[in-house]
Design a protein around this ligand. Sequence first.
Ligand code: ADP
Ligand code: MG
Length: 246
Amino acid sequence: GHKPDTILETRSLVKRFGAFLANEGISLSIRRGEIHAILGENGAGKSTLMNMLCGMLVPDEGEIRFRGRPVRFTSPGQAMEAGIGMVHQHFMLIPALTVAENVVLGMKGRSPLFRLKEACAEIRRLSERFGLEVEPERLLGDLSVGQQQRVEIVKTLYRGAEFIVLDEPTAVLTPPEVQDLFRVLSALKAQGKTIIFISHKLQEVQAICDRVTVLRLGRLAGTLEMKDTNPAEIARLMIGRDVRAP
Ligand code: ADP
Ligand code: MG
């Protein structure tokens, strides 16, 4: 049958902090254009794995392949150049600057602020295209947390991200803001972007994701198709036993 197009693959990834194994032999495969959840309890190793994908951490062992080629990022900038963007739990934005200034900040090349007018136009285009409702001229400090998070998303898109990792993006959001984010994620997916959605909340993962990979104690417990599974099966992988058993 037709084999779905794989955009990113990891092979036996290992990450240690001292003697502690935060990730042990993680092999997973992400399909182009899917919303793929990484689910696991606090401390399961989700952020560690994602930080390796986006160049914040270098694996101790194993391999990452992106678009069919082995990659070894030693900085987030390198991952971003390859098309991998990350939205962290804690935003890296400056309240006293405008949205557009925040978006272009830290980009390579000659004085990006020189091109602020073009940046504003591009941000408006991206905002329109993905339903982000981000206004480039507003002061960042005046925005809600949900809006600030969407500025972080625009930042990755502006840099050409095709593959976007969001680390527990709903943790800081109100329920209506979660719905706004889910609409944005759907629009990103509809236009071919690949999304990694990290969460420890089963309900959210069910609501938005195509597949889920469960991590438990630094190991991969399984990858499931959302349409072929049920909450009890996922929960069992998460905590390592049948949740209904006495
Ligand atoms: P999750 O994101 O699933 O909550 P993490 O990947 O952040 O889990 O962490 C997995 C484990 O690795 C935790 O026990 C955490 O304390 C440990 N850990 C994470 N980062 C570091 C670090 N920089 N130094 C030492 N231990 C770490
Ligand atoms: Mg985490």
